[in-house]
Design a protein. Structure first.
Lengths: 405, 246
């Protein structure tokens, strides 16, 4: 029997009891629909998290004094000279020393306590912060020790509302600064942290604190293998700080060094497992749908025993009958799967849109890969749960089947 | 059995059949020795339960004997797999059943087409013509698009005959084809079978009615699974009496 005939016979078998076929399909629609929904929501969530983190390019590397973790407890350990020494390594660029300034920021009656960072222009590159208004910090600002500030988007909004902040003079502690730039908002969960800081020239920040030659933080980008460069940086710092730590025990170091790519790898693994877990839960409903298919196919085989006997009497081989019933099951699950993908995908899209209202930029992720995977699962369900009934049908004895009442 | 002319189409030697249900063995056919040549019109007669249908199913490859030999065109059929038997059914035999056995809610056309789906010898492009020819030969051209359940019993049986014809099989087995029909429809069905016989088909007809059996040129009588008579002279006897075979 040629395949198109088998397909037609299968289709006719299904349409002879349309209501039942549709109801059976519903189980698959729900099963595949929830798989698609869960996987797409998981992927959307994953993309959201990774997008936030990838604000920092993967080869950004950061070093901080251990004291930063428990503020004020340990002495500061990193120095400007450390930063200069690191900058001499061949596989780094954009080495920026950063000092944190703890002062109040006021404009008119508004008073805020944002994080104030003394840094140079490279910090914006390392953190992928983009300019919205005005200009970024320049080398000239640092050399001239100019009292200029670049504001995070949120802080600019809190201080000035809708007014143009450029050229306005704000107070940082006792000192007046001219606002020369405003950064683009990052939005999202990360935005609350990244959109508030104020950036002032490193040289100016230094005069506002009594940290001497110490710095709080060094940010840089690696140009080669991040892990290898990380090792180089660590051994350089250990050598400079006279720390004997051949076994790479972080407890012995007086600094913390880490790359963003490590953090991203971990996040990616975590979010992917969440997605797979959600998909698995949804897969259970597909299993239930599959059992429904098997049940209906068994009923159908019993009901159509005479038909099977007749087909065999006119020359059908086992394989012909097997294929027909398998195709019936697969047609049901494929059809249900298609509807489920459209339905689940649409529902996921709507939910993403609703969620986007609360947490900002969310782009719905339904990849061709996950669509194919769902379709594959639907077809697989049909094959697995259709196999037993189809085998039963194919093994019927022609005469016993014909005599069946 | 040296020339193909003397090789019978169907030959059984000491064929037995018994059913086994729950360890209980029911012998149904005993030592059946038959030889049927191509082109014959044979009636198998006997009381209910004598094993007529069982014999027909074995001869038509729907079932297998418990012991003994069945040679088809001189070739042994023992130890053939189920799929090989299916291939012989598809290529060489057709059935007309007492209870029609049409696909429900399916058109006359599609019902008649069914055997062609499993018949690899028929090209897809030939199908339509052959189906329409078969439907025409049973006089149902104007009903081709009707669903099987929209037909009278006599019409349904004619559809079943058309379905049996469509592959132009060598042998047509008919098990009580008129059993569910009134006499007019029954006569009509028998006329069609007669015509098929005249055009060269081998017809094996199972019946318990003498009237129906008289259409055949040879009558084999079964009783309790034994062949009790095999009357080939029947036709001549009728002819001598000046009777008409109708
Ligand atoms: N599957 C089976 N299991 C056990 N016994 C069976 C089976 N099928 C048929 N028989 C027995 O075989 C015998 C012959 O049955 P068969 O159907 O061949 O009779 P028949 O001559 O065609 O009768 P009828 O004229 O009533 O159709 C019967 O006694 C029947 O009970
Ligand atoms: Mg019978």
């Amino acid at each position: 029997m040629i395949l198109s005939d088998t397909a037609r016979s299968a289709f006719e078998g299904l349409t002879r009891n349309t209501t039942r076929s549709l109801l059976t399909t519903l189980g698959i629609v729900i099963g595949v629909g929830s798989v698609v929904l869960m996987v797409s929501l998981g992927a959307t969530f994953q993309r959201f998290i990774l997008d936030q983190v990838s604000t920092f390019s993967g080869n950004t590397f950061e070093i901080q004094s251990k004291g930063l973790e428990e503020y004020g407890k340990d002495p500061m350990t990193l120095t400007e000279a450390d930063a200069e020494a690191i900058a001499k390594l061949s596989t780094v660029k954009n080495v920026v020393a950063v000092i944190f300034v703890a002062k109040k920021v006021t404009y008119g009656t508004e008073e805020l306590s944002p994080m104030i960072l003394g840094a140079s222009k490279d910090i914006f590159t390392n953190w992928s912060m983009k300019l919205e208004l005005g200009r970024l910090l320049t080398d000239g600002d640092l050399k001239g020790g100019k009292s200029v500030a670049v504001l995070g988007n949120k802080t600019a909004e809190d201080l000035f509302g809708n007014a143009n902040p450029l050229g306005k003079r704000i107070s940082v502690g006792e000192r007046k600064f001219t606002v020369v730039g405003v950064l683009k908002a990052l939005g999202g969960a990360m935005g609350t942290q990244m959109d508030t800081p104020i950036y002032v020239p490193f040289t100016v920040a230094k005069t506002m604190t009594n940290k001497g030659l110490f710095v709080d933080y060094i940010s840089l980008q690696t140009t080669g293998n991040t892990d290898l460069t990380g090792e180089d940086i660590k051994s350089l710092l250990r050598q400079r700080h006279k720390i004997d730590n051949p076994n790479d025990d972080p407890d012995k170091d007086d600094f913390i060094a880490r790359s963003f790519s490590q953090a991203m790898d971990i996040l990616e693994t975590v979010t992917l497992s969440i997605t797979l877990f959600l998909g698995l839960i949804a897969g259970i409903s597909l299993l239930v749908g599959g059992i429904g298919i098997m049940n209906i196919m068994l009923v159908s085989v019993t009901e159509r025993t005479k038909e099977i006997g007749l087909r065999k009497a006119v020359g059908a081989k086992r394989r012909d009958i097997l294929l027909q019933f398998l195709l019936e099951a697969v047609t049901l699950t494929l059809f249900g799967g298609l509807i489920g993908i459209v339905g689940g995908g649409y529902l996921g899209f709507i939910l993403t849109r609703i969620a986007a209202r609360f947490i900002g930029d969310l782009s719905f992720a339904l990849t061709p890969g996950s669509i194919l995977l769902s379709l594959g699962m639907a077809v697989g369900t049909g094959l697995i749960f259709g196999l037993y009934p189809a085998l039963r049908a194919s093994k019927l004895h022609p005469i016993e089947a014909l005599r069946f009442e | 059995m040296t020339s193909s002319k003397t090789t019978p189409l169907i030959e059984t030697i000491g064929l037995n059949k018994s059913y086994v249900n729950d360890e209980v063995e029911t012998p149904v056919l005993h030592d059946i020795n038959l030889s049927i040549s191509s082109g014959e019109f044979v009636a198998i007669m006997g009381p209910s339960g004598s094993g007529k249908s069982t014999l027909m199913h074995i001869l038509g490859f729907l079932d297998v004997p418990t012991s003994g030999h069945y040679n088809f065109k001189g070739a042994s059929t023992e130890e053939k797999s189920e799929d090989e038997l299916a291939r012989i059914r598809s290529a060489s035999v057709s059935f007309v059943f007492q209870s029609f056995n049409l696909l429900p809610r399916t058109s006359v056309f599609d019902n008649v087409m069914l055997p062609l789906l499993y018949n690899s010898a028929t090209r897809v492009s030939e199908r339509k013509d052959r189906v329409m020819k078969a439907i025409e030969s049973v006089g149902l051209t104007d009903r081709a698009t009707y669903l099987s359940n929209q037909l009278s019993g006599g019409q349904q049986q004619r559809v079943a005959i058309a379905r049996a014809l469509v592959t132009t099989p060598e042998i047509i087995f008919a098990d009580e084809p008129t059993g569910n029909l009134d006499s007019t429809s029954g006569t009509h069905v028998m006329e069609i079978l007669q015509n098929l016989h005249r055009s060269g088909h081998t017809i094996i007809l199972v019946t318990h009615e003498q009237m129906t059996a008289e259409h055949a040129e040879r009558i084999i009588r079964l009783h309790d699974g034994h062949v009790i008579s095999d009357d080939r002279a029947f036709t001549r006897r009728i002819a001598k009496r000046g009777g008409q075979i109708k």
